[in-house]
Design a protein around this ligand. Structure first.
Ligand SMILES: [Zn+2]
Length: 493
């Protein structure tokens, strides 16, 4: 694979990008931006001791977006040449003009200084410089440990790397070069006996953990060292008791809580979804703009912070795909709803003159839409041991297994991989298929204890789907083990 965008390549992108802006403006665009760049991906997966996936791909492309009389037009191409850039820029203008005639109203476009900058994510070891042999060897060794017991009937060990270079130019004079490197790895196994199947994953069930860092992430995860525990827990779960049905306190692991944050806060507070612009994939939201008036989202200790600047976050960039500088802000502060996640075209719906910088596209060839930022539950002060010792009657649940949430992001149910009963402050029986269900504000209002920063980690979600055509985005959620009082558990859908 070639290196990240060379100065020559960036110079070509700039020349063609400026040409696109010029064509768009001569065609009548009031605003135009263009993103040009390249995405490189490496995906490796071992299943049951064999290489099941080995993909090394690279895709260049560009997208032109224009505003004509308050209507957007977007078009994109993969052939980064002068003729194609001109054709696509003209097409974007034609689409905007067609939308102007048919559209329901003028788009409002929030202001932002025209930034000129170069931004690069930080990493220690370039994952694309590490040999394939080394990566395969590590995955094979982890897989071998997983398969050393006969109850294990399926295994999966994988790594995934991405490198993205992009140049953003706008008709206002913005010129932003960005380079992002991200890495991910994880293992998982299925144990089976007559009539019972259980799964256990490490470090999280999203296919591992993913961060905007380099290959050093893989070393820090110690996949081989954790394979034995992962394997044995899957086997122990085969003979575990089922999760009891009733109401009890639950302590959620960080990785499970990450998904809870994603589904019941992240998607619920995307302002395009709230406005009904987005109704796909459990689409709308109960968080109407009337709730900006201090709506009680959770208990006083619940602070949910969006942060596109946090080191290692998958949504950490210098600027979003609207050219807006990355920010950090409270979505929920001391339990009260404080703000949405916005792009330049929806910012005005929360009476904000500036976008919060959540506009992102998958690659250069998709139109940017509002995406969840890195969204985290701020840590508290408990140690995990003290939290368990303080729990009289409860269940610890870890590892995402499956879930569902309604269209309004209000009523949800989650099933975890691993449960442990807690009685009088002590761990008791192992419990299989632990489930809990609730309503978003009631659930967050029952949060009464959060573990300390030492237990807090960023969990990467690599596969958030939204839009039509569907786009995949990545973001991280920071969480520490957290307790929620009196939750309905053990209920089967
Ligand atoms: Zn999502």
């Amino acid at each position: 694979m070639s290196a990240v965008a060379t100065p020559t390549e960036t110079a070509l992108w700039r020349e063609l990008g400026l040409r696109a802006l010029d064509v768009a403006q001569r065609g009548g665009a009031d605003w135009a931006d263009v993103r040009l760049g390249r995405v490189e991906v490496e995906e490796i997966a071992i299943r049951n001791g064999r290489v099941a996936r080995l993909e090394q791909s690279e895709q260049a492309g560009f997208g032109v977006r224009v505003l004509v009389d308050g209507a957007h037009g977007f078009a994109s191409g993969f052939d980064v040449t002068p003729d194609e850039v001109e054709r696509v820029a003209n097409l974007a203008v034609r689409i905007a003009k067609a939308g102007r005639r048919a559209g329901p109203g003028r788009l409002q476009w929030a202001g932002e200084p025209a930034h000129r900058d170069v931004w690069t994510s930080t990493y220690l070891v370039d994952p694309f410089a590490v040999s394939l042999e080394k990566k395969l060897d590590l995955l094979m060794r982890a897989d071998k440990v997983l398969r050393t017991k006969p109850e294990i009937t399926a295994t999966s060990c994988s790594m995934s790397f991405r490198r993205e270079s992009q140049l953003f130019l706008s008709s206002e004079g913005a010129d932003i070069e960005q380079r992002v490197v991200r890495s991910g790895a994880g293992i998982s196994c299925v144990a089976h006996t007559d009539g019972e199947t259980q799964v256990r994953s490490y470090p999280a069930a999203f296919g591992g953990n993913f961060m905007s860092v380099g290959y050093e992430l893989v070393g820090s995860l110690d996949l081989v060292g954790n394979a034995e525990r992962c394997r044995d827990e899957a086997i122990e779960l085969l003979s575990a008791d089922p999760c009891p049905v009733g109401e009890t306190d639950i302590i959620l692991s960080g990785d499970q809580l990450a998904l809870q944050i994603h589904e019941s806060v992240g998607h619920a507070t995307e302002l395009d979804r709230v406005q009904g612009w987005e109704a796909n994939f459990a689409g709308t939201s109960f968080m109407d703009t009337g709730k900006l008036d201090g709506f009680r989202y959770g208990s006083d200790i619940v602070n949910l912070v969006a942060d596109a600047t946090v080191p290692g976050g998958l949504a950490t960039v210098g600027y979003d795909d609207d050219g807006v500088r990355s920010q950090r802000w409270h979505i929920v502060q001391d339990g009260k709803f404080a703000a949405y996640q916005t792009s330049r075209d929806v910012a005005h719906f929360e009476n904000n003159e500036r976008s919060r910088g959540c506009s992102r596209a998958e690659g250069m060839w998709n139109v940017p839409i509002v995406r969840i930022s890195n969204l985290s539950l701020m840590p508290g002060s408990w140690t995990f041991d003290d939290l368990v010792a303080d729990t009289e009657d409860g269940i610890y649940m870890a590892g995402v297994k499956c879930w569902s949430i309604d269209q309004q992001r209000l009523n949800f149910q989650f099933t975890c991989e691993y449960g442990r009963e807690i009685k009088n402050g002590q761990f008791g029986r192992l419990l299989k298929n632990p489930t809990y269900q609730g309503l978003t504000p009631q659930f967050w209002s029952a949060c009464d204890a959060i573990c300390a920063p030492e237990e807090w980690r960023l969990w990467g979600v690599p596969n958030c789907g939204k839009g039509q055509p569907m786009q995949t985005a990545e973001m991280s959620h920071g969480a520490a083990p957290t307790r929620f009082r009196k939750q309905a558990v053990g209920v089967r859908a």
